[in-house]
Ligand binder design. Structure first.
Ligand code: PLP
Length: 452
């Protein structure tokens, strides 16, 4: 393919499509990061995917490290997932009534995260976290929510403050259109800072409904909680009668078979959680929908049964539990067995090592952060491992931009932002990893030469 040659890939069709889209869609995109705002250049319009590869409108094939921003755990167009989706679609796209497979998907998720007794399916991660927060407020009768700077929980009004993801890319602290009253109900604290959390509880303890945290932060680059932080957060919240919501929309069933909490609870992160020290609610998205719009929230029966129709906390959705999305999610999770996670882990290990070696040989200062099979590369001269949003924001975005474009020209599709995880899939085999490895040295040199 042209991207593998020495020249720049042809982008004429993508450029024409971007111009056309920009006339009818704000910024030409339906989600901001797709606009290449922080890296510049022509956003690639993708027309197909297969395993670890995607192909753009100009016919150039790339090794993909975006994976639909997480859902494509098994790679693109996985044949069994596509067959299940086609079979479900042929039976009808949805009826606004329950279908048998919804409970099967809930059972599969509960099998992986046994703390969950009841699960509600929704269509997006944003809905899952928004509902979890309403539930925390409904259960406690308290108004305030604590979130951490750099953690992204979707785009509902109360959760946009200092939220990472596209907001990190655009360097926005929040969003216009969110009232001061709404923003004032969210306390934003520095991540990995238990004294700050303790102070917030000391001051507002009896008004705090819950604390929401990404299981491991992955929307400002990957930044796992320091050992002791999650446990301290849960203990503090519970001491003050507040609930803990662990957002596994990104990490769930990706960073490991039971999500990042599963790794923590199993002792794989070097932490220790005494009996009873556990989150109250979990949110999932991305992988649970296998690439179609589907997300979920779950927790103990006593809490979840506060949702309508049993309880007073209202929540609903025309397309919730949609049979086509359920088929994609259920088939993906059933195929995501130990062997698939082993392939993911190998791909992440191999890639993280080869990126680091290439950058080191070119003299580019960087830090690789890992959370299970998730990782990201922070460009910058860090004396110690980054631990807060402020640390991540100090990244050298000029070096990232040069690196990104050199990789793209060489046929590797990286997330177009310095503040995102790199997503491998179980389909990233040796051939795909070798293709990436061939491009890395030149991209590292491009990063070395780029000066801000
Ligand atoms: N929570 C986390 C941790 C996420 O990473 C995301 C999306 O990236 C969301 C929530 C929002 O999910 P969605 O984009 O499906 O609304």
């Amino acid at each position: 393919s042209p991207a593998q040659g020495t020249g720049q890939p042809d982008t004429a069709r993508s450029a024409a499509l971007a111009a056309r889209a920009s006339r009818v869609i704000p910024g030409g995109v339906n989600s901001p990061v797709r606009a290449y705002g922080s890296v510049g250049g022509t956003p690639r319009f993708l027309v197909s995917g297969r395993g670890p590869y995607v192909t753009d409108a100009d016919g150039t094939e790339y090794v993909d490290l975006v994976a639909s921003w997480g859902p494509a755990l098994l790679g693109h167009a996985q044949p069994e997932v596509i067959a299940a989706v086609q079979a479900a679609a042929a039976r009808g796209l949805g009826f606004g009534a329950s279908v048998p497979e919804e409970a099967e998907l809930a059972e599969e998720i509960i099998r992986r995260v046994p703390l969950i007794e009841r699960l509600r399916l929704v269509s997006t991660g944003t809905e899952a976290t928004m509902t979890a927060i309403r539930l925390a407020r409904g259960a406690t009768g308290r108004p305030l929510i604590i979130k951490f700077a750099g953690h992204y929980h979707g785009h509902s009004d109360g959760l946009l403050a200092e939220a990472g993801s596209g907001l990190a890319t655009l360097a926005l602290p929040g969003s216009a259109g969110v009232t001061a009253e709404t923003a004032g109900q969210t306390l934003v604290l520095p991540y990995n800072d238990l004294p700050a959390l303790e102070a917030a509880f000391a001051e507002h303890g009896d008004r705090i409904a819950g604390v929401i945290a990404e299981a491991a932060a992955a929307n400002m680059g990957v930044l796992p909680p320091e050992p002791g932080f999650t446990r301290g957060m849960i203990e503090l919240a519970h001491r003050h009668g507040a609930l803990v919501i662990i957002d596994e929309v990104l990490t769930g069933f990706r960073s490991g078979p039971s999500g990042y909490w599963g790794l923590q609870a199993a002792g794989a992160t070097g932490e220790d959680f005494p009996e009873g020290v556990a989150p109250d609610l979990f949110t999932f998205g991305k992988v649970v929908g296998g690439g179609l719009p589907l997300a979920a929230l779950g927790g103990r029966a006593e809490l979840m049964d506060l949702l309508a129709p049993l309880g007073p906390v209202y929540q609903a959705g025309t397309l919730s539990g949609n049979p086509v999305a359920v088929a994609a999610g259920l088939t993906t999770l059933r195929l995501a067995d130990a062997a698939a996670y082993a392939r993911l882990a190998t791909a992440a290990d191999t890639l993280a090592l080869s990126v680091s070696e290439a950058l080191t040989s070119a003299g580019v200062a960087h830090r690789i952060a890992r959370a299970g099979t998730l990782f990201s590369v922070a460009f910058g001269d860090y004396e110690r491992a980054p631990r807060t949003y402020a640390d991540m924001q100090r990244q050298d975005v000029v070096k990232h931009r040069a690196f990104f474009h050199a990789m793209l020209a060489g046929g590797v599709n990286l997330p177009p932002s310095a503040f995102e995880a790199w997503f491998v899939t179980a389909a990233h085999d040796d051939a795909a990893l070798e293709r990436i490895a061939r491009v890395l040295p030149a991209a590292a040199v491009a990063a070395a030469r780029a000066e801000g």
